[in-house]
Design a binder for this molecule. Structure first.
Ligand SMILES: Cc1cc2nc3c(=O)[nH]c(=O)nc-3n(C[C@H](O)[C@H](O)[C@H](O)COP(=O)(O)OP(=O)(O)OC[C@H]3O[C@@H](n4cnc5c(N)ncnc54)[C@H](O)[C@@H]3O)c2cc1C
Ligand code: FES
Length: 275
């Protein structure tokens, strides 16, 4: 059992949870993730380690409510417990070989770029950060990003905050100026694909964090398979971060929506509820 020490709402249907998990915190690095179950009958759901405190023994996750299990998690109050919290899983990401890094976060992707931003800042190599969302209400961690960034740009689709447009519009302006040697982009797959297509034109190394459907998280079920550079890779053990220029995006997006029709008609075997 792991205790939810703190819980706060950052945006509509997005909560930040600080979880008591000393063993996970002790070994955590930026780029890794955990898998949790809300209760003993719950499914295993993966979340990025957004922050960790090795001394306090805590791990922070940001969770967007999109379906059954994330809503169930949202119903657990601060001070309550979840059944288990396994990790750290996946490979850490090390961007320290690069000199001029741009971190691009779309929506809940902020949870993945924040630990990188904090890590690079702590090494005295702060990154330029671009955060994008549909509107102002969905922008998260603005103060935290501002404190860790060399420069922070905000883009909203509707222009309600920052630049009106997509993160790719802001990124293109920076790439045109030159000097960038690495871009890390995390968000919905169409956004990561668009960033990778853009940076390919400039020959700039691009790292993305893949969020395929995961089941076991240990490389055994094959659920999280992605093709990278023509080779089969498993996001849970070989990733989740990969070279965006080498991903077979069409296959990855098809696999993510493979069960969409069944999900519409699905009757949950755990609860009997229909979605
Ligand atoms: C390595 C990894 C890290 C992740 N980190 C985070 C994070 O930090 N914060 C966060 O909010 N979410 C994160 N996710 C996604 C999260 O795991 C899913 O949103 C969650 O499992 C959905 O469970 P559910 O039962 O609530 O929704 P479901 O009822 O299972 O699904 C609801 C809808 O969401 C879609 N969906 C389900 N899983 C995913 C997925 N992996 N990617 C995209 N769409 C999905 C379904 O197709 C469906 O349309 C991560 C996923 C992976 C693989
Ligand atoms: S989740 Fe099963 S192999 Fe990655």
């Amino acid at each position: 059992m792991n205790k939810i020490l703190k819980k706060r709402t950052l945006a509509p249907k997005v909560n930040e949870y600080v979880i008591e998990a000393p063993a996970v915190a002790k070994h955590a690095h930026p780029g890794q993730f955990i898998i949790l179950r809300v209760d003993e009958e719950g499914e295993r759901i993966p979340f990025t380690i957004c922050d960790y405190d090795k001394e306090a023994g805590t791990v922070t996750i940001l969770v967007q409510e999109v379906g059954y299990s994330t809503m169930k998690l949202a119903s657990v109050p601060e001070g309550g417990y979840i059944a288990d919290f396994v990790g750290p899983l996946g490979k850490p990401t090390d961007l320290t070989e690069y000199k001029n890094i741009v971190l691009v976060g779309g929506g809940i992707g902020s949870a993945v770029i924040y630990p990188q931003a904090k890590h690079l800042f702590s090494l005295g190599k702060p990154a330029t950060i671009i955060v994008g969302a549909r509107n102002k209400d969905l922008i998260m961690y603005e103060d935290e990003f501002r404190a860790a960034a060399k420069e922070l740009y905000i883009a909203t689709d509707d222009g309600s905050y920052g630049v009106k447009g997509f993160v790719t519009d802001v990124l293109k302006g920076l790439l045109d100026k030159g000097g960038i040697d690495c871009v890390m982009a995390v968000g919905p797959m169409p956004m990561m694909r668009a960033v990778s297509a853009l940076t390919l034109n400039y020959g700039v190394k691009t790292v993305v964090s893949m969020n395929p459907i995961m089941v076991d998280g240990t490389g055994m079920c094959g659920g999280c398979r992605v093709t990278v550079g023509g080779k089969t890779r498993y996001a849970c053990v070989d990733g989740p971060e990969f070279d965006g220029h080498e991903i077979d995006w069409q296959e990855a997006m098809q696999r993510l929506s493979a069960y969409r029709d069944q999900e519409k008609e699905h009757v949950c075997r755990l609860t009997g509820e229909k979605r």
